[in-house]
Design a binder for this molecule. Structure first.
Ligand SMILES: [Zn+2]
Ligand SMILES: [Zn+2]
Ligand SMILES: [Zn+2]
Length: 460
């Protein structure tokens, strides 16, 4: 039920003489839950004469601000902007598989794999696995050991899909929390070394130098990070073989899907990142987990391009909050025990704060990325030649918006190159009041937000 405060705000907005203009701003944000408020002006000046042709200022807008969509990729913050991001990511991944958006259709003939690189084990956790439609016992051991903390290392339960214990350790005191957050922190570097090892493997098997290889073969990829319930990231990646000029050129005949699969398996097991011993922590060699999934993407087989693009796009809008942590930065002054997170996440966050305070590990910026459980990489990335870019997709949409503004009379139509456009913008806040949020949901047909604390301004 809306509060009386929210209802009062809603009624005040409806009676605002500028309501129609406010509603039009809100509709244009497409149901953004936390629109950004901009204050400023745009001037169109004739390049030849210096004459001011048109001026737009937020001065006369409702509350003196223009509200624009926040464009977050995170569904937990803004479902409608995240949906736009998801749809764009889908288009981007799909173009790299079947062509379109400037990628030729001949790209479908290039060998292409869907690869999942996982994290190693940091201790036994409650799991749920199915086999032939039956749920398997979690971690059944006949002669299970008892750990030094008195926990029997066995769980015979067949857990439900949403049980909160999933991903949590059987014994938290035995769990390697340091290893888990250090893996997250080094995963982007492991990925970088993996892609280098792929190239080296191809060079060795084809008898070419790395330079000669580059003249024949390019390896393109699009990848997304996904948090497992236990709080570690793994990567799903589309890896494609192209000729030297990218998707427009065919790869050499010897560069087959089988050769790529061999190189992926080799590279995944070969690369490591070493963390030196610090302050009571042993030195560690971090590597990918043993569970490596390599599947060929085909147009009609078991794993189609469409399924892969949808899968990657789905994970692009999720972050660590899916494992029960926060979707905002943690301040050092935050009271850890008061944070609304699962105990497992709390211990991972505490470990980030502890290790992050060690000078030797400062480069990993674990304090800054504690809310991401140590992972500071990008959620979805792609190599330059994989396909189009999110920027290009956004620019196409912005053009459309501009056309709409011109036709609805907001901007006069000028010749692009004869007019100088000068904009002055400043950030004037973000979000909607409780009453505005009710109205915005009704106007844009989006679900009402559930009550949640104001989010900080940070991104992962
Ligand atoms: Zn938004
Ligand atoms: Zn269990
Ligand atoms: Zn224990």
């Amino acid at each position: 039920m809306p509060t009386t405060h929210a209802m009062a705000g809603l009624i005040a907005r409806l009676h605002d003489p500028q309501y129609a203009r406010w509603a039009s701003q809100i509709r244009r944000t497409g149901g953004c839950r936390q629109p950004i408020h901009l204050r400023g002006k745009v001037e169109h000046i004739d390049r030849a004469t210096g004459e001011l042709l048109h001026r737009y200022s937020t001065h006369l807008e409702p509350n003196g601000v223009l509200r624009v969509a926040c464009k977050t990729r995170r569904a937990s913050r803004c479902p409608s902007c995240a949906e736009t991001y998801r749809a764009d990511t889908y288009q981007l991944v799909r173009a790299g598989l079947v062509g379109g958006k400037g990628v030729p259709e001949t790209v479908t003939a290039h060998p292409c794999l869907f690869v999942t690189l996982t994290a190693p084990s940091f201790g036994v956790v409650h799991t749920r696995a199915e086999k032939n439609g039956k749920i398997l016992p979690c971690h059944a051991r006949r002669n299970a050991e008892t750990c030094p903390h008195g926990v029997v290392m066995s769980c015979t339960a067949r857990h439900g899909a949403n049980e909160s214990c999933l991903g949590e350790p059987l014994c938290p005191d035995c769990y390697d929390y340091a290893g888990s957050v250090l893996f997250n922190a080094t995963a982007p570097e492991l990925w970088r070394r993996f892609t280098e090892a792929l190239r080296r493997r191809f060079a060795r098997t084809s008898g070419l130098t790395l330079k000669e290889l580059r003249e024949q073969l390019a390896i393109s990829f699009a990848k997304v990070a996904e948090y497992q319930r236990r709080g570690v990231v793994h990567f799903h990646a589309v890896i494609r073989l192209d000729g030297p000029d990218g998707p427009t050129s065919p790869p050499p005949a010897w560069a087959t899907a089988d050769a790529l699969a061999d190189a992926v398996r080799h590279a995944a097991s070969a690369v490591t990142v070493t963390i030196p011993a610090v302050a009571g922590e042993p030195s560690r060699i971090l590597r990918w987990g043993g569970q490596l999934d390599v599947r060929e993407i085909t147009m009609s087989g078991e794993l189609t391009e469409q399924a892969v693009a949808a899968y990657i796009a789905k994970y692009a809008t999720k972050a660590a909050e899916c494992v029960g942590t926060l979707d905002r930065r943690i301040q050092l002054l935050d009271n850890l025990s008061a944070l609304p997170v699962r105990e497992h996440a709390r211990r991972l966050i505490a470990e980030c704060l502890r290790l992050g305070s060690l000078d030797e590990l400062a480069d990993l910026r674990l304090i800054q990325w504690a809310h991401m459980l140590g992972f500071r990489g990008h959620f979805s990335t792609k190599s330059r030649r994989y396909s189009t870019t999110l920027g290009a997709l956004r620019a196409a949409r912005a053009d459309h918006m501009r056309d709409e503004q011109i036709t609805t009379g907001r901007l006069p139509l000028f010749e692009e190159d004869t007019v100088l456009v000068i904009g002055h913008w400043e950030y004037a806040g973000q979000g909607l009041s409780a009453g505005d949020a009710l109205l915005a949901a009704a106007l844009t047909g989006t679900p009402l937000p559930t009550a949640h604390p104001r989010m900080e301004d940070s991104d992962g």
